[in-house]
Unconditional design. Sequence first.
Length: 137
Amino acid sequence: MVNKKYEFIEHTADIGVRAFGRNPEEVFINAASGMFAIIADARRIKPKEQIEIRQEAQGYDELLREWLQELLYQYSLSGIIFKEFVIQSLSQNAIKAIAWGENTPDKIKTEIKAVTYHELEFKKTKDGYEAKVIFDV
């Protein structure tokens, strides 16, 4: 049983997240939660606005990067800091999900410029699944 949702990874000039889950859906949600925990104090965010995310890619690792990059793009476009995520469907090649959050520019701690391919990883472990993502800050 996986207890920890994510942990931060120190990485030279960047920052990363290692996300954990019993299934791929949990890993995608926990990676998104970790990314937005870098950007802002998520405990202070209210799920007031929602957006639908649809992405396609080749494999869970690339799909995870595309999912996070799209959330980051939507954040930069609308200013919404996302807090809650519901995955409606997920395969190795496609994701459809809803993200909820709030536009609160006063709560931002760190700006993330991009979700990188550097050390990108998605794997099955003895306890479930795990992913590693590095962000350009």
